[in-house]
Write a protein that binds this ligand. Structure first.
Ligand code: SF4
Length: 461
């Protein structure tokens, strides 16, 4: 089957007036930042006349937004790309994101209909729909056109903060990018290599964008970045930013994405004590062993993590505390792992996001001695996985019968789901045709219905 470029290109579907329209589909791997950037690109495609469909066969143009945090994430990206190529012999596949940034040639080698777009030029995808619309009629096809477009990118610097979707296609709450990159030097981390040094969006611009989200009716904004705890705009840091946003807005609620334990200080606690900051914190903990934390080049001790967790509970009541944990880091002994397990158990976490260590090329940890076998790392991950289930069940149990604010999720699930301020997925016992993103109050009434990924059931009140 000739690839997209060979024969006169005819978009695969028609709009209501019978006009042919290009169809696009998006696949995102990785963090909230990637999710937001995809939302923005999809929004640009829709505004540019593309139809934006759910991910599946039959699109003319696919965009895969990749991740490089683990080798598994890269494997998954390759699997998805290969499947798109096989299932859609005429489609073009743009692959952007962190994996492309660190392995562009490997991505390009996946197929002649694959167009790698480096992370530092991901924002150029916001202009691609217009480029295609203007030139496709005279072009030899989508692929030659994409090659021409890509050639025009070289030497033109990107803008990492252009991702501001007018509409969110895949999420019911708004995400706002306030920071990118990282100046940390964690021994296992490839993200800092892919995304570069830390940059922050100027505070007045952040405030302006949150106000615009509030004015457009969003009830909640997730403040996201690679390491928001290192946000800096002039003399203002993240706690100052929270304060500024809250004083410049009336009702929009804020959710903080991943945060560094050592940055949970008095100023942060004072800022997030405000009721409009969701009682949900995801701490980037990684290990409970001080020896392992030091080899990871993390900037805190296990005692500091315990302090941070208890301090957050002191200002937010019973917040949903989640923790990222890596198991099987080089040199991690049974005793080190026991420290991680007891830290997770004793710090009142409600959920653990567990990663078996994945040696990333170009990082210090990739060449460290003291290799932990995959089976040992897998067993440790499984153990923490079941601990996480127990912790979540205990947390949900503490909230049974209580009332809490929540955001209505997309209407195409049954039962309908609402996600609470403290990050519980509630299956609504009665149908609710409210608009996605609407803020409601729910009473958590009973365990989750079988077969749903909800945490509990509840009634809108
Ligand atoms: S804090 Fe460490 S793990 Fe996180 S992005 Fe920075 S270097 Fe990577």
């Amino acid at each position: 089957m000739p690839s997209a470029g060979k024969i006169a290109f005819r978009p695969s579907s028609r709009d209501n007036n019978g006009q042919r329209v290009l169809t696009s589909a998006f696949y995102t791997l990785g963090c909230k930042l990637n999710q937001l950037e995809t939302e923005s690109i999809a929004d640009g495609f829709r505004a540019g006349g593309f139809s934006v469909g759910a991910f599946g066969p039959g699109a003319d143009l696919y965009v895969v937004n990749s991740c490089t945090v683990t080798s598994k994430a890269e494997q998954k990206a390759r699997r998805v790309i290969r499947k798109i190529l096989v299932d859609n012999p005429r489609a073009a596949v743009i692959v952007t994101g962190c994996y492309t940034q660190v392995a562009e040639e490997a991505v390009a080698a996946l197929g002649d209909r694959v167009v790698p777009v480096r992370l530092d030029r991901k924002d150029a995808l916001l202009d691609l729909p217009l480029f295609i619309e203007e030139r496709l009629p005279q072009s030899a096809g989508l692929l030659p056109l994409l090659a021409e477009w890509k050639a025009g990118l070289s030497g033109v610097p990107g803008d990492r903060f252009r991702f501001t979707p007018a509409e969110f296609s895949f999420h019911s709450r708004a995400f706002l990018k306030i920071q990118d990159g990282c100046d940390g030097s964690c021994a296992y981390c490839l993200v800092r290599i892919a995304r570069g040094s830390s940059v922050s969006l100027e505070m007045p611009e952040v405030v302006k964008r949150v106000r615009e989200l509030e004015d457009s009716g969003y009830a909640e904004a997730v403040l996201t970045g690679v390491n928001v705890s290192r946000y800096k705009s002039g003399a203002a840091d993240f706690p100052a930013l929270i304060g500024e946003i809250l004083s410049a807005t009336d009702r929009i609620r804020l959710r903080v994405s991943s945060y560094e334990p050592e940055m949970v200080d008095d100023r942060f606690l004072a800022a997030v004590a405000d009721d409009r900051v969701c009682p949900h914190f995801h701490l980037s903990v990684q290990s409970g062993s001080d020896a392992v934390l030091s080899r990871m080049r993390r900037r805190y001790s296990s005692a500091r993590v315990r302090e941070a967790a208890s301090a957050l509970r002191s200002v937010k009541g019973d917040p949903f505390l989640a923790a990222d944990l890596i198991v099987g880091f080089p040199g991690e002994s049974e005793a080190d792992f026991a420290d991680t397990r007891s830290l997770a158990e004793e710090s009142g976490f409600a959920w653990l996001h567990v990663f078996p260590f994945s040696p990333r090329p170009g990082t210090q940890a990739a060449t460290m001695s003291g290799h932990v076998t995959e089976s040992v790392a897998g067993a440790r991950a499984a153990e923490l996985g079941s601990l996480s289930e127990r912790l979540k069940a205990a947390y949900v149990g503490r909230w049974m019968g209580r009332e809490v604010g929540a955001i209505l999720e997309r209407p195409d699930t049954s039962p309908r789901i609402a996600v609470t301020d403290n990050y519980l997925k509630i299956a609504l016992t009665e149908a609710d045709d409210g608009t996605s993103g609407t803020r409601i109050r729910v009473r958590i009434t009973s365990p989750a219905p079988a077969g749903t990924d909800a945490d509990a059931a509840g009634a809108a009140i």
